[in-house]
Design a binder for this molecule. Structure first.
Ligand SMILES: *Cc1c(COP(=O)(O)O)cnc(C)c1O
Length: 359
């Protein structure tokens, strides 16, 4: 099966090899070494400061989004949420569920986030901003410089869900003053689903996390950070995924992060150049290297997705809701290379003809 989905993604042979092995016992010094090593490597690849804290949660990305909100903020806060699709809306729902005061910048499909959206929110008592830097549901990649500038000017804590942008687009916590980065194992890291990582600046840890009183147990960051000092989690982690992640981080650092990012950009750019020569269209808004949203002028996106899956054993990522028949997304994260693109384009063309009944 050819997987161009956005998580789980096509995995590398070294990950598949680990996935076939016995899972070890984990309350050991050997496993602690693995977790401490992963903490260091994650800080390195996200540009976190040396005393940043890393929380390893056994949860999907949404669990980490929700845990971040209630470990970092409470009823004294007022958050601004960038809501440009399914994941932005999820942050809004999380604020609602936890009674945290919030307002949102609501973007219509295709509307590009710009400085004008922020104007009316300056000096309005906001304490934090939540953004999914790549709104995976539409494919829009927001301008981190713009967001970072607004947060610095207004002294907001900046929380970035980088789940589908990490390892695809350049990212740097210190450069952009990012206080929280949320990652998940099954996207850019290209390993199994099951763990999410939350990287906290020392500032938000000292000023917020340490002082927030909450009734939660399993997702308590303070408890996780205390345990991680010795390389352990309070409860059983997804051990195999933790090992796959450690192995992947070592490969990334050995190959060089810049080289990894260059490869994925080359694959994405090549695919986009080839799409431009078909009847399909690319969106006008800025997009991530993680995925190419492609627009179907004949509104047959979902039917083409199904034909590719069922007849060509090739899985793209369909869109939900209003975009179902308009757009699909082709993932470039994971084990992909330029040479695959020609076959994918050829299969796409055949599937389009089949869907129109012209083949
Ligand atoms: C995939 C994704 C998530 C996490 O979704 P889960 O299904 O909970 O893993 C969160 N945010 C973004 C931007 C994503 O792409």
């Amino acid at each position: 099966m050819k997987l161009f989905a956005l998580g789980p993604v096509a995995m590398f042979p070294h990950t598949l090899e680990i996935a076939s092995k016995q899972i070890p016992y984990f309350r050991t010094s050997e496993f602690s070494e693995i977790m401490l090593g992963s903490e260091q490597m994650l800080k390195q690849v996200t540009g976190a400061e040396p005393d940043a804290k890393v929380v390893f949660l056994t949860a999907s990305g949404t669990g980490a989004m929700e845990a971040t909100v209630f470990n970092c903020f409470n009823e004294n806060d007022k958050l601004l949420v960038i809501n440009g699709g399914i994941f932005g809306k999820r942050f809004v729902e999380i604020c609602e569920a936890h009674n945290i005061l919030h307002e949102s910048i609501n973007l219509k499909y295709g509307e590009v986030l710009s400085s004008s959206h922020f104007q009316k929110y300056s000096n309005k008592g906001f304490t934090g901003l939540l953004v999914n830097i790549h709104e995976t549901s539409t494919g829009q990649l927001y301008n981190i410089e713009l967001i970072s500038k607004f947060c610095k000017e207004n002294n907001l804590y900046l929380v970035v869900d980088a789940i589908s942008s990490f390892m695809a687009d350049p990212y740097d916590m210190q450069k952009y003053g990012i206080d929280v980065t949320i990652l998940s194992t099954q996207k850019g890291l290209a390993v199994g689903p099951g763990m999410s990582l939350v990287i906290l600046s020392n500032r938000i840890y000292e000023e917020k996390v340490k002082h927030i009183k909450s009734k939660i147990l399993y997702f308590c960051f303070k408890e996780h950070i205390e345990n991680q000092k010795r390389g352990q989690t309070p409860y059983t982690p997804a051990v195999r995924v933790a090992i796959e992640m450690n192995d992947m981080l070592k490969h990334i650092i050995k190959d060089g992060l810049e080289n990894r990012l260059r490869t994925i950009k080359e694959v994405a750019d090549d695919f986009r150049d080839k799409i431009k020569m078909t009847e399909l269209k690319l969106p006008d808004f800025p997009i991530s290297n993680a995925a190419t949203p492609i627009i179907f002028p004949d509104n047959n996106a979902f039917s083409v997705y199904e034909i590719l899956k069922n007849d060509f054993d090739t899985v793209l990522t369909p869109c939900g809701g209003d975009l179902k028949n308009i757009q699909v997304r082709v993932g470039h994260i994971g084990n992909h290379y330029i040479e695959e693109n020609d076959k994918l384009i050829a299969d796409l063309k055949k599937a389009i003809s089949l869907s129109k009944g012209t083949l």
